[in-house]
Design a protein around this ligand. Structure first.
Ligand code: NIG
Ligand code: FE
Length: 414
């Protein structure tokens, strides 16, 4: 019979399988095989290994692909984005570079609230078409799965509109979309004088979103003057009771205790954590919460980077993502984020690859089906036009993608 498809002559096969922890950091414990092959059947990984491809895998109809000594890795996963939104905010750019703080722009009705107006005004078709274009760009950087949050509707109708776009995207294009409800992203202008009532309205949306199966995760912008620790706790506890998995935008600007809350509530990930405290680091480690770092946001807002080395050395598992959104990080290039993580946060190439493959899969609850090259997982791969992973991080500002496969089908070729 033989496999449907075999990739051979792979210079570095990044399987991202986690090796037994040795004395070093567990962020470095991923497997990279030299001179590898991978065989695919029915869109899933049949087997993989090193050296000569076993004869019994090759049948009359097997398609053989020579990787020419280059790198093949699991499809990259962008585990934190605000993919679906209307408009753009280049009008705030000069304010930003002249030093007006991000939260100040929001306080004056701009920032997230400006994107809320644009998203409310847009039709579902317009949002769909814009997000689909963005996904095509993400795919060109090797991204095969994307987490996508709502949070620019801030009322039931418009939150549902955004989440339904996520659902449709899963049907009309190849990149896997994982949907997150983030009704608590900012307080909309109609609740300006009674912000506490807005939280109630978000809590009331939860069962409806759940019943319609529009989101797997619930997230909140836990930040000074946005949603407090008690408010975030109230919302996320209700979400958890209803069966949502949870994430938190934690300790992004101020050290508020979001990471501690993430540990207490058993969140899957705590995201941003640029201002995380010592207790927050311990909480993530003890409760096995993934620290999801978004260095593109630090880069763009001219803020400190999250303490990646300290987190890693303390035993916290790290994911890396773009935070793609119209304000703090209008960037869909996950490879650039990986390069910034290496050069600015001093993450090693192995750590970076772990953070955008298996750990990113964990951060979206999909580690059983994607994120590593393991028998039975989806055949989602990137082939890089590079002979080793160090080159991909060293040569920055460009895309090294040569081709991308999702479920064993070629979906992008340079
Ligand atoms: O993750 N921090 C809050 N939310 C987004 C930014 C959204 C926006 O500016 O539109 C973030 O950075
Ligand atoms: Fe975000």
């Amino acid at each position: 019979m033989g496999a449907d498809l075999i990739f051979y002559n792979i210079g570095q096969l990044v399987t991202s399988r986690e090796l037994e922890k040795n004395s070093g950091s567990s962020m470095e414990n991923i497997e990279i095989l030299e001179n590898g092959y991978v065989a695919v059947e029915n869109g899933h990984i049949l087997t993989f290994g090193t050296g000569k491809v076993p004869n019994n895998l090759v049948g009359l109809n097997t398609k053989l692909i020579d990787v020419e000594g280059k790198v093949l890795s699991p499809g990259l996963i962008d585990s934190h984005t605000h993919l679906v939104h209307g408009g753009s905010r280049e009008n705030e750019f000069s304010m930003k570079i002249s030093g007006v703080p991000y939260l100040e722009i929001l306080k004056n009705g701009g920032g997230i609230l400006s994107s809320v107006s644009a998203t409310r005004e847009a039709t579902a078709e317009e949002l769909l078409s814009k997000a689909k274009n963005t996904l095509a760009k993400m795919l060109s950087f090797g991204v095969t799965a994307v987490e996508s949050k709502s949070g620019y509707g801030l009322d039931l109708e418009n939150e549902i509109k955004q989440l339904e776009v996520n659902k449709t995207l899963n049907l009309i294009q190849p990149v896997h979309i994982i949907s997150t409800f983030m009704g608590a992203h900012a307080t909309p202008k109609e609740f300006k004088d009674s912000p506490e009532r807005f939280l109630d309205s978000v809590i009331n949306m939860l069962p409806i979103i759940k019943e319609k199966e529009l989101a797997e995760f619930c997230d909140v912008f836990c930040e000074k003057n946005i949603f407090s620790i008690p408010e975030s706790k109230e919302l996320l506890s209700k979400a958890k009771e209803l069966g949502f998995k949870i994430k938190i935008h934690a300790d992004e600007i101020e050290s508020l205790g979001g990471a501690e809350l993430a540990g207490e509530l058993g969140a899957v990930s705590a995201d941003h954590i640029m201002a995380i405290s010592e207790a927050g680091i311990q909480s993530l480690k003890e409760n096995q919460v993934i620290g999801n770092l978004l260095p593109g946001t630090s880069f763009n807002l001219c803020k400190a980077y999250a303490p990646a080395r300290k987190l890693i050395e303390s035993g916290v598992e790290i994911a890396l993502s773009t935070d793609y959104n119209p304000g703090s990080c209008p960037c869909e290039n996950l490879q650039l984020i990986m390069q910034i993580a290496a050069s600015q946060m001093k993450m090693t190439p192995k750590e970076v690859f772990k953070a955008v493959t298996i750990n990113a899969a964990k951060s979206i609850g999909k580690e059983d089906t994607i994120g590593s090259i393991d028998v039975g997982k989806k055949a989602d791969f990137v082939i890089f036009d590079a002979h080793n992973i160090d080159y991909i991080l060293y040569h920055f500002g460009t895309s090294h993608t040569q081709s991308v496969y999702i479920g064993g089908s070629l979906v992008y070729k340079k």
